[in-house]
Design a protein around this ligand. Sequence first.
Ligand code: SF4
Ligand code: SF4
Length: 361
Amino acid sequence: MRSGKASDRSLCHYGNVSCVRCCLPHIGGDACLADSGAEKTDLPAEGSPPNRPGSSNRYLGPHDIVMKFKNFNPLKDPQIEASQYEDCFADVGRTEMERRFSDRRKLFLEMYDRERPVQSLRHYMKAAQRNEGYKYQPPASAGPASMFIGGAVSRERSQKGELPECQLLGFVDGNGSVGCMAHPRAETSRGYDGRDRVGFFHHTGCCESVGCEASREFQFLSSSAMKIFDRAVDGMSWYEYSRHATSVLVYYLRGFDCLLQKLDARGLLETLTLEQLVAFTNSLYDGWPLRRSGRSTHHSPIPASVPMNALDILLTDIPLAERIMYIALDTLVLQDQFAARLLQARDHVESRMEKSSCLFL
Ligand code: SF4
Ligand code: SF4
């Protein structure tokens, strides 16, 4: 359903920071908040696994900002996942991970032999796993199903060493850059691509196989949305970027990209922070006159017309970014009222921007 030309920018490596969520599934991250009705009390406690997706249309973004929008991907809603098994486990924290990265780098430099890469990588993996008390074994280690099966780790498995993790993740240089030590461009590998030999995803091909929707959506963000993305990730470490940039933030910006382009055309984006933007879109969401999730108590026994679902809205012939925005706003439109509702929706967005423009300057 995507239209337009994808850019060649990569969410996995952006600027001087890399995402490592694929290689480190228990890093934690942003997620959909459970629909408990309370605004704050259902935030996950520090060190606890994030809430599992519910249907609240409230997501926790960078700096614990609560973002209100509906996932526009009808195949994923409400879940936003960078891989197929993240957000299941408590985060082990940056300090602990960097301690492991440092130990791994030291061991890797000691054991890796560029003349015998396969054997030495195997020896390295065994030694690193032994040092870390690593016990996890994927139930399947070959074939296309192994990615999913390997990822379908029970949440009960929370003991040390029982969670999937790849010991090739470490400091790739002496400057503390985090990445895959067996990547052919990493200083540590000296040109040899060892990822598919011994890495955790050696049977699946690493990032290419994880089905990360955020990385695909990222390529379709407009230059206006990228202004906010750049501001939001500015100064993030590998840890923060991997937790925050790669799922909810991208979906949020994609959800409201139409609005961002309108704000940009009026010169209102230049100084807008993510917090200010979210305050605006949350209030737009809260006051949206075409709400789908039905707080109305009026029910007709025989519906006069069929409500359009997300796929129906995606199939209309208005610009894609606008279609996505109406889904993000959880819009209820009846099939035979689309044209009239569209005018109402456009008027409402314009009037809200008009009323709020002074807040952005
Ligand atoms: S594919 Fe997604 S989760 Fe994996 S590294 Fe890239 S952005 Fe991160
Ligand atoms: S081999 Fe490298 S890219 Fe693949 S999971 Fe391990 S650290 Fe990540």
